[in-house]
Design a protein around this ligand. Structure first.
Ligand SMILES: [Zn+2]
Length: 272
């Protein structure tokens, strides 16, 4: 049995497409996935010297106590995501949506905005951990979330930011509207509205044949995997789990031990 061909048949015979994506989705665009300390330090050698891992850096405390440090890390990621071009896999998914006339939704734990950059409409994306392209107050002094148009200059020798975005209401530090580790001040209203749109979408499509294409969602932060499985259990849905390492999912769902782009291209070859 060819898993790619099986996956192609599921897609061909579905009416609805749900794309669920984790950090593995960005890897083929050249983005780091911060897998383990080694993976993180490979992307950020400076933090190895400082003895800091991803959990230490992705912590909201820095924006209060040492915003130059906080924005050193997030400012670098902001620039990186701004200049990254989404890989061909994003466009294969868009092509399927167009070709098969799918109603669709994207759910991602990535904060990089790559789906919107590839052309997925804003109202069809649910970013469960928020987005680096939006800001909020560090306190926060209000519930406002606004678009991040700041350009952050960074000293790459120290990984410290030379300029700090300010809250447009109180002038205190502005931070990315992203859920960090141990984060109690993240404003979730933008993400909550996306979640509501997504739940309405699922309600509307109950009973229809749904293909869930899950790409690069690991077990370390398993929310995306749980979501795929929830849809797989309660809806008339088949989950296609694409992951080079953690690919297991129970029949009748489909496990594909592969990277995102490779798997999407191979599935697509059966759809020509
Ligand atoms: Zn403020």
């Amino acid at each position: 049995m060819d898993v790619y061909k099986n996956a192609a048949n599921v897609i061909k015979n579905s009416e609805i497409l749900v794309v669920t994506a984790g950090a593995g989705m960005g890897v083929d665009s050249g983005l780091p996935d911060f897998r383990g300390e080694k993976g993180f330090w490979k992307a950020y050698p400076m933090y190895e010297k400082l003895g800091l891992n991803f959990y230490d850096c992705a912590n909201p405390v820095h924006f209060r106590k040492d915003p130059e440090f906080g924005w050193g890390f997030y400012g670098h990621r902001l620039e990186l995501y701004r200049k990254t071009k989404p890989h061909l896999g994003f466009y294969i998914l868009l092509d399927w949506i167009d070709r098969f006339g799918f109603d669709f939704f994207v759910v991602t734990s990535n904060v990089d905005g790559q789906f919107q950059k590839a052309g997925f409409p804003e109202e069809k994306v649910y970013e469960i951990h928020g987005s680096i392209h939006y800001l909020q107050c560090v306190k926060p002094c209000s519930a406002e979330i606004w678009e991040n148009k700041e350009k952050i200059e960074i000293d790459y020798g120290t990984m410290r930011a030379k300029n700090i975005p300010q809250c447009k209401n109180c002038g205190d530090v502005a931070r990315p509207n992203i859920l960090m580790f141990g984060d109690f001040s993240w404003l979730s209203s933008r993400s909550d509205r996306q979640a509501e749109r997504f739940e309405n979408f699922l309600d509307k499509n109950k009973g229809k044949d749904i293909a869930v294409v899950e790409i690069g969602a690991g077990t370390a932060v398993p929310s995306i995997r749980f979501l795929s499985e929830r849809i797989g259990n309660y809806y008339n849905a088949t989950v296609i789990r694409i992951n080079p390492r953690e690919f297991m999912i129970n029949y009748p769902h489909i496990s594909i031990p592969d990277t995102g782009l490779n798997a999407l291209e191979k599935i697509n070859s059966f759809l020509k």
